[in-house]
Ligand binder design. Structure first.
Ligand code: HEM
Length: 292
């Protein structure tokens, strides 16, 4: 854990241990009700929220705990994903293009479009991912995390991020949850697909890795999620002040697969609604890749 604090200017705590992250996730005074203070916290939050919002609405993973629409979406998405788990785990035809990519039987360089297609199709049978929709996802991803100020200023002046969002809106019929899926969550599944590809390239792993172990070995948590303190407090021996911004480094907290609950924030109010669906997609894709 590391705290950077200069009164009135910056107050940021970076947390990379699972026990403290769990304590903060359970703490009522720690939420995603973001306020742009103090100065540098505000600068970071404005940049992140500018990227991670659509038509004035924050993406669900940047929305406050008690937001009624977030809660409703969270519950309904959870049910819809879970209803599709066993179908995915059996490795349906729609997973074949990604399985082919893992077997290196396609000219496609990146898994991005293929992953977007799997996620987007969950929201609409008509969904069609394209190199442009994947490019738009990469732009959003970079805009939310980049420290390259001149480049980001240029992107603002040229409307690059706005244009990317417009395109994502067109391909999803303005469905905020689908945009979140294909432009934010997709990056996690792309990273997983890259690992499956290298497992497949190793002949002994290809022969021995079961779908369950492939899931376990390939999944990783998002690098960082954001929280802010609503009031002064302390959690797991970590004191904080009102407006302290928390950068929760979930991926680092799950080093050596020691804290698997970090992957989807399992057991907390913000748990990923796809926490069973994604492992089923991975298991089904691996089954198809190895031909079982
Ligand atoms: C490998 C794939 C994925 C991983 C590792 C992952 C991980 C996570 C994590 C850690 C959170 C909690 C964020 C926080 O606490 O602030 C989250 C939230 C969320 N995820 Fe995922 N996710 C994945 C795929 C997906 C997909 C495909 C969707 C589809 C739309 C999705 C939708 C969501 C939503 C809507 C939330 C916000 C939940 C809320 O707070 O209301 N995720 N995800």
């Amino acid at each position: 854990m590391e705290r950077k604090k200069i009164a009135g200017i910056i107050d940021i705590i970076t947390v990379d241990d699972a026990a403290t992250i769990r304590a903060l996730a359970a703490d009522e005074r720690v939420d995603r009700d973001f306020k742009f203070r103090p100065l540098y916290n505000g600068f970071i939050l404005k940049r992140v929220l500018r990227a991670l919002s659509y038509k004035g609405a924050h993406f669900p993973h940047m929305t406050t705990k008690e937001d009624a629409i977030r809660k409703e979406h969270h519950d309904s998405l959870w049910e819809q994903f879970n209803a599709n788990v066993s179908a995915m785990a059996n490795g349906p035809d729609e997973l074949e293009p990604l399985a082919k990519w893992i077997r290196q039987e396609t000219t496609e360089q990146e898994a991005g479009v293929l992953v977007q297609q799997i996620i987007g199709r969950f929201f609409s049978a008509d969904f069609k991912a394209t190199p442009d929709s994947w490019q738009a996802a990469l732009i959003l991803h970079e805009a939310a995390g980049s420290k390259n100020l001149p480049k980001m200023l240029w992107w603002r002046l040229t409307g690059k991020v706005q244009y990317a969002k417009k395109l994502l809106g067109v391909v999803t019929n303005d469905n905020l949850l689908a945009i979140h899926g294909i432009a934010v969550a997709a990056h996690n599944l792309v990273a997983t697909a890259g690992r499956l590809k290298s497992f497949y390239a190793d002949e002994s792993l290809r022969k021995t890795l079961t779908p369950e172990t492939a899931v376990e070995q390939s999944l990783s948590a998002p690098p960082v999620v954001y929280r802010q303190a609503l009031a002064d407090g302390a959690a797991a021996g970590c004191p904080y002040s009102k407006s302290t911004l928390f950068l929760l480094k979930l991926q680092d907290a799950n080093r050596n697969h020691q804290a698997k609950d970090m992957i989807f924030m399992t057991g907390t109010w913000s748990r990923c609604p796809a926490e069973q669906w994604i492992p089923a997609v991975i298991a089904g894709t691996w089954k198809r890749a190895i031909g079982t």
